[in-house]
Ligand binder design. Structure first.
Ligand code: HEC
Ligand code: HEC
Ligand code: HEC
Ligand code: HEC
Length: 188
């Protein structure tokens, strides 16, 4: 449909041009001496142009990362907080997990994504961008009690224990997040 519109637009350009040039020429002294139409062959064809991003891809808050290549399998993440707060800042899945072409093209789901983040590397991975934690201690402790009361030692608390719901409750495939080895399919 979009292509059809472009075709119509393209088809009308020459006739519009003709109408404009014909009019100016008619105003001039000789209608027969129209200047030759100059075609800039180095300019890209309109048809080959990327279609403009649909309005829905941009939000009032700023740019939005395009995670659609991941949503076709990871649909559950579309409204997850860690995904949405970062997508608003143009930080998509691929920023944290890599482009992962082999992973997303593997219909057998045995190839892991490019970047996995084991528990002991989570804080460091976030602190690359969040150097400080500007939150009242009272709120932090309340969140701790609400979301992970079983953890006694603050050193065990992970950023993702308190932020978002990024961890999957059920896994169908598991890889070792450090060695990338396929561990198996727990649900089968
Ligand atoms: C800001 C960085 C960041 C972004 C953006 C992000 N992730 Fe993650 N992701 C992480 C971290 C950190 C972990 C490890 C979380 C944990 O184990 O608690 C993780 C873990 C995961 C896991 C494994 C969860 C589990 O239970 O082991 C999946 C699946 C995943 N991410 C998918 C995605 C998808 C799909 C997107 C985009 C829609 C995305 N992530 C965006 C940082 C990110
Ligand atoms: C590539 C840089 C980057 C990484 C990595 C990253 N963030 Fe962010 N994050 C941002 C930016 C930019 C914002 C929006 C500005 C802000 O609020 O700090 C943001 C926003 C947030 C917010 C919302 C803050 C608010 O004001 O409501 C939370 C919570 C958050 N990040 C947690 C995390 C956690 C947890 C991790 C690790 C899993 C992480 N971020 C990794 C860049 C990053
Ligand atoms: C025990 C719970 C808890 C842990 C662990 C935790 N946070 Fe928070 N964090 C909070 C609470 C509560 C707030 C304030 C309310 C909010 O923004 O969600 C907050 C606020 C934030 C904010 C917004 C304020 C700011 O500083 O820009 C960011 C970003 C953030 N946390 C990132 C992280 C990162 C990164 C880690 C891991 C290094 C982490 N948090 C660990 C509870 C926690
Ligand atoms: C063809 C389907 C498919 C596509 C497309 C896909 N994934 Fe996955 N991904 C999976 C499956 C299946 C799992 C295992 C989840 C489970 O256990 O249920 C997985 C797991 C993951 C994990 C968890 C790894 C860990 O820590 O254990 C991450 C991270 C991830 N995917 C990121 C991405 C990102 C980023 C994209 C887009 C660039 C993407 N995936 C696109 C199927 C896909």
């Amino acid at each position: 449909m979009r292509h059809l519109l472009w075709l119509i637009a393209l088809a009308t350009v020459p006739s519009l041009l003709w109408m404009c040039t014909a009019k100016t020429a008619a105003d001039g002294p000789k209608a027969s001496s129209l200047p030759p139409l100059k075609v800039d062959k180095s300019a890209p064809l309109l048809l080959l142009d990327e279609p403009a991003k649909p309005a829905s891809a941009a939000s009032a808050d700023g740019p939005v990362a395009d995670n659609s290549a991941c949503y076709c399998c990871h649909d559950n993440y579309q409204t997850e907080e860690m995904v949405t707060v970062h997508a608003r800042e143009d930080i998509g899945c691929v920023e944290c997990h890599g482009q992962s072409y082999d992973h997303r093209n593997d219909e057998d789901n045995v190839t892991p994504p490019d970047i996995m983040i084991p528990a002991d590397q989570i804080a460091a991975s976030c602190q690359k961008c969040h150097e400080t934690h500007d939150a009242p201690a009272r709120d932090v402790i309340a969140r701790w009690q609400e979301r992970c009361p079983a953890k006694q030692n603050p050193d065990e608390l992970l950023c993702t224990d308190c932020h978002g719901a990024h961890r999957l409750a059920l896994r169908t495939v598991r890889w070792d997040k450090k060695t990338r080895k396929l561990l198996g399919r727990p649900e089968e």
